[in-house]
Design a protein around this ligand. Structure first.
Ligand code: CTP
Ligand code: MG
Length: 249
């Protein structure tokens, strides 16, 4: 029997989330990968997962973990069968590819995939909703980003300014980055195979020849990278009323 939703543009598309969490956190320099550090009473990873697991429009979450991690020892939020675990790879793009390969078996090529760093627990719910709504019918997809508040310089090989970029057109790329499963999987695979550096999903899609849309998001959505970022992340979680267990400087 024909699917009644076929060719119906108002039908809600399926949204999946992929969380790369297989990094070692070298720049943080802590005793464990940064996503397992605690903010309030929960790990950074747990805070991040909750944003998506509590969202009614997210069908499932693929969590990509490093090889030495015992998933049963993690404090993960209740998932109701919507959380799937996959093993990571050497680089972030390898971890993402493993997650996409997993989704390939369960999702349709036109389903949306939102790739979001485990190290970004402060993503505001309003930004996630805005991204889902703004890109819903977009032919390419896109990413959350913030306009640069600084003037940005392009350097030559000797560390001298070659030129000044036009500030109004400079953006800082955040996550989630939201693309169709089929296009993202193919773009990521081809870019990696060609040796093109893939630091985020948009760079693979750009290399593939498409232009991701920039959706303005909050500067609160920081990627926790170094020790000094932890206090700022605590503050943002507290401001959003999401820091159970109180503020511990
Ligand atoms: N990541 C991953 N697999 C890798 C490397 C990174 O899944 N091989 C994930 C990280 O866990 C993180 C996200 O990608 O959630 C963004 O990467 P980054 O902030 O660079 O984290 P790390 O690579 O862990 O940190 P560092 O670069 O300081 O070592
Ligand atoms: Mg890294």
């Amino acid at each position: 029997m024909a699917d009644p939703d076929t060719n119906n543009p108002s039908a809600e598309p399926a949204y999946w989330t992929l969380i790369p969490a297989a990094g070692v956190g070298r720049r943080m320099g802590s005793d464990r990968p940064k996503q397992f550090l605690t903010l309030g009473s929960r790990t950074i990873l747990s805070h991040t997962l909750s944003i998506f697991l509590e969202h009614p429009r997210i069908r499932g979450v693929v969590l990509v973990l490093g090889p030495d991690v015992d998933p049963d020892a993690l404090d993960l939020p209740t998932a109701g069968g919507r959380l799937f675990r996959v093993a990571g790879g050497a680089e972030r793009a390898d971890s993402v590819q493993n997650g996409l390969d997993f989704l390939q078996e369960r999702a349709a090529p036109d389903d949306w995939v939102l790739v979001h760093d485990a190290a970004r627990p402060c993503l505001p719910r309003a930004d996630l909703d805005h991204l889902l709504n703004a890109l819903r019918d977009d032919p390419v997809g896109g990413l959350l980003a913030t306009p640069s508040t600084d003037t940005v310089k392009w350097s030559d090989q000797d560390g001298r300014v070659e030129r000044t970029l036009e500030r109004a057109r400079v953006w800082r790329a955040l996550t989630p980055q939201m693309f169709r499963l089929g296009m993202l999987r193919e773009a990521n695979r081809a870019a990696r195979e060609a040796g093109h550096p893939v630091t985020d999903e948009a760079s693979a899609i750009e290399w593939h020849g498409a232009r991701p849309r920039l959706i303005e998001g909050s500067m609160m959505n920081i990627k926790i990278t170094r020790a000094e970022d932890l206090e700022l992340a605590q503050l943002y979680l507290m401001q959003q009323g999401r820091l159970d267990g109180g503020f511990r400087p």
